[in-house]
Design a protein around this ligand. Structure first.
Ligand code: NAP
Length: 306
């Protein structure tokens, strides 16, 4: 029986683990299908306080993990396939093994969406990316595309124009979900060319490396090809909340709804990080909410045993 079980090992989950471990609660962290979360896919992190020269994302995550382990946190790999929050203790199944816990911290994060094209997944790291800050540097002096019409796409197009010699912003509509200021900034950038309304039909990669995209005009159905070296998919994220459907309250996009800090609708279940935040989505805000979740879990356990 666990006091605190933490689902997710990104900076929300690991910060919760540090706090819960220092409170002598011996938390168990289930690392999930993307151990280390989005920071482990990042290169240089320059905005996490305390590192004036920046730090590499994977190193920051490794440090947090070591810090949690030093105080007694335990780790188990694998993704959660089932949870039962209808009775106490809660039951969480991972790798076919059931774990029982008095409190649960959900820090399962959010995963970048892909377009769903043939071969797209296999081309990640070979020209397809979901992370401009991680991979932009590899496309110095080369043409690339950003797919999407939200703030992320605009921000990434601008960011990538530091490296790429041309950025095609491909979006399926002529209207954008992005805020006006972000659209104006991208439009004012002479390296960014808007290609709308087009969908990507195919990522061309005869040698297993991206060398172009085939696009289809959504109205005229006309096809065209653009030669380029990289495709940055910026069409949003999906929170990893499928296993909680029907048990925890979530918004229409599947993000967990919290109140009074990290509290969910089930007493003793707390949520932290991107799984409940599509607004800030920063390493430091995720870490902060992980801390809050652990403190609330500790208070909940103390109140129950009093
Ligand atoms: P988003 O606002 O949900 O936009 C996703 C975009 O991707 C939309 O334009 C959507 O097209 C398109 N899209 C979705 N699925 C697609 C598919 N299968 N094929 C082609 N296109 C597809 O996501 P986001 O841009 O990641 O932003 C998420 C949140 O973070 C927003 O609240 C945003 O304001 C915020 N954010 C803010 C900043 C900033 O202010 N600096 C930066 C980044 C993100 P449709 O419009 O046609 O549906």
């Amino acid at each position: 029986m666990q006091n605190v079980l933490i689902i997710g090992s990104g900076c929300a989950g690991l910060t919760a683990a540090i706090y819960a471990a220092r409170a002598n609660l011996k938390p168990l962290v289930l690392e999930g299908h993307e151990p280390g979360g989005q920071l482990s896919l990042t290169t240089h992190v320059e905005n996490f306080p305390g590192f004036p020269d920046g730090i590499m994302g994977p190193e920051l995550i490794e440090n947090m993990k070591r810090q949690a382990a030093r105080f007694g946190a335990e780790f188990k790999s694998g993704a959660v396939t089932e949870v039962d929050l209808s009775k106490r203790p809660f039951t969480v199944t991972v790798n076919g093994e059931q774990h029982q816990t008095k409190t649960l911290i959900v820090a399962a994060g959010a995963s970048a969406r892909l377009l769903g094209l043939k071969g797209e997944k296999e081309l990640i790291g070979r020209g397809v990316s979901t992370c401009a800050t991680c991979d932009g540097y590899f496309f110095r002096g080369k043409p690339i595309a950003v797919v999407g019409g939200g703030d992320s796409a605009m921000e990434e197009a601008n960011f990538l124009s530091r490296y790429a010699n041309r950025v095609y912003l491909i979006h399926r509509r002529n209207d954008f979900r992005a805020s006006k200021i972000m659209i104006d900034r991208a439009k004012a950038n002479e390296k960014v060319e808007f290609v709308t309304p087009y969908v990507v039909e195919e990522i061309i990669s005869p040698q297993g490396l991206v060398c172009g995209v085939k696009l289809r005009h959504t109205e005229t159905k006309e096809l065209k090809e653009i030669t380029l070296d990289g495709v940055f998919v910026a069409i949003g994220h999906d929170p990893n909340t499928k296993v909680f459907k029907g048990q925890l309250d979530m918004d229409e996009n599947g993000y967990l709804i919290t109140s009074h800090g990290p509290k969910t609708n089930v007493e003793g279940v707390f949520a932290a990080g991107d799984v409940q935040d599509h607004h800030y989505r920063q390493a430091i805000t995720a870490a902060g909410s992980g801390c809050m979740a652990a403190i609330e879990a500790e208070r909940y356990l103390s109140a129950k045993s009093a």
